[in-house]
Design a protein around this ligand. Sequence first.
Ligand code: SAM
Ligand code: SF4
Length: 334
Amino acid sequence: MTAPLIDPFARPISYLRVSVTDRCDFRCVYCMSENMTFLPKKELLTLEELDRMSSTFIRLGVQKLRITGGEPLVRKDILTYFRAMSRHLDSGALQELTLTTNGSQLRKHARALAECGVRRINVSLDTRDDTKFAAITRWGRLSQVLDGIAAAQEAGMRVKINAVALKGFNEDELFSLAEWCAREDMDMTWIEVMPMGDLGNEDRLDQYWSLKDLRARLATRYTLTDLAERTGGPARYVRLEETGQKIGFITPLTHNFCESCNRVRLTCTGELYMCLGQEDMADLRAPLRAAPENDLLETAIRNAISRKPKGHDFDYSRQSVAGQVSRHMSHTGG
Ligand code: SAM
Ligand code: SF4
């Protein structure tokens, strides 16, 4: 029997987020600068290495795999990796294979993803206004994403919309986005903007719209019932009694969700981040490439998990972006 991964605070590690690329076909203003320099291809784990890495985590007890990026669906031949992971769904070792995407490539890939056993996906969408969408994503087209969402639903996948709460940007769409999601039978999660990376063009304190305020505004129109349910992630959920739909809140800055954290994040270069808000990471690419067997890799993973910190240090309260970490979300995979 292989001993499961347990961190120093007795939290079993059952959730791995894998970033499969740092590249993206959008340039969302809170995530990337306009002129991003991406990693040379040789730095990236190959699809076979991603398979070996993910399969090792699954053998050590990871039951939920979320694929992210950058934009995961712009990586060449990424379906090969999804197909490889679906064998762990078939064997029962993996309970869920899922993905976070900007939706731009879903029309092309939705059916194949569904065939690989992907049943739920998160699509990031902050606005349903064409002009605002073009402004926030810089390079994105709303119609393409909406068509991608339709394709995912046609393929039988459940879609959850993730929207970053941005002051003065999508405050006015609070109700219309909820109503649209209810009509389309989609759940929705609001994410507080996080101080990731130095994008040089945005003052993050200006963009910050607290989910406490958002929730209070939602309560002016709907009856909110807190749900106990957790999905292994940092989201807290409410049900809107009038529509029956679920709305989630990811509040990494104002709510301490760390105590129940069961997740770690692997970057596309094989760095393992044990906490989204801390700089500490472990290089797993070197032990992976050092030998064809997985012993060294497994030891490196166990060592990394033994360093998982209790929590992070984000804090907006002192009116400075304290605890800011320098890497971009597209690097750690959101
Ligand atoms: N490209 C895919 C997408 O957009 O869904 C996956 C990667 S993206 C980095 C994952 C999530 O991180 C998206 O929902 C995005 O909105 C969110 N995100 C990016 N930068 C963020 C920031 N500074 N604060 C909060 N969320 C952010
Ligand atoms: Fe690309 Fe996602 Fe970042 Fe937007 S949030 S730039 S879609 S990785």
